[in-house]
Ligand binder design. Structure first.
Ligand code: 2AL
Length: 167
């Protein structure tokens, strides 16, 4: 039986529901907590609970989840669901003009050299130019500020992905 919408979270078996959540953010403890608190009255309640449960992600959990995100501008490979999410989210960056693509590549490299992890931005709904502007602005931040922002973007992407999955 193919479950749709909120039933994909509420009615799937726990293993499937966990797998769905892990494509939104690779944080097993978070996925488990959301599964344990099923059923949710509606999608909005599930999204609010998912966002709240993401608040206490540890440094290690953020690092592990960040590592799952392809760089902005590098077409995400892979057949798994999170790669498909990334391709959709980064669609605006595909085929962008060579100058923007070059500056994104350079900015990503500079960001990783400075902060030690991938530049993570909620790409869905943003143009390549907006993403480049965010990258070049965030390069000026201190590490602690960037750490906080990257974790916040990770949470935002996770909830947006869950919203997409439950639509
Ligand atoms: N490095 C990234 O920011 N990657 C991504 N942002 C998204 O919104 N989806 C991604 O894959």
């Amino acid at each position: 039986m193919t479950l749709t919408g909120l039933a994909r979270l509420n009615e799937a078996d726990a293993r499937e529901a966990r797998a769905l959540l892990l494509t939104c953010a690779a944080v097993p403890r978070w996925a488990e907590e959301i599964v344990q608190r099923r059923p949710y009255a509606d999608v909005e309640t599930a999204l609010v609970a998912a966002r709240a449960a993401a608040e206490p992600w540890s440094e290690e959990e953020v690092d592990a989840a960040l590592a799952r995100h392809p760089r902005i501008g590098e077409r995400p490979q892979g057949a798994d669901a999170d790669a498909a999410h990334s391709r959709r989210e980064q669609a605006a960056v595909d085929g962008t003009d060579p100058e923007v693509a070059r500056r994104l590549r350079e900015g990503n490299a500079a960001y990783e050299a400075r902060f030690g992890h991938v530049f993570l931005v909620r790409a869905a709904g943003r143009s390549a130019a907006e993403i480049l502007a965010a990258l070049e602005e965030r390069l000026t931040h201190d590490p602690a500020t960037e750490r906080r922002i990257a974790a916040e973007q990770l949470r935002e992407i996770a909830v947006l992905r869950l919203e997409k999955e439950l639509a």
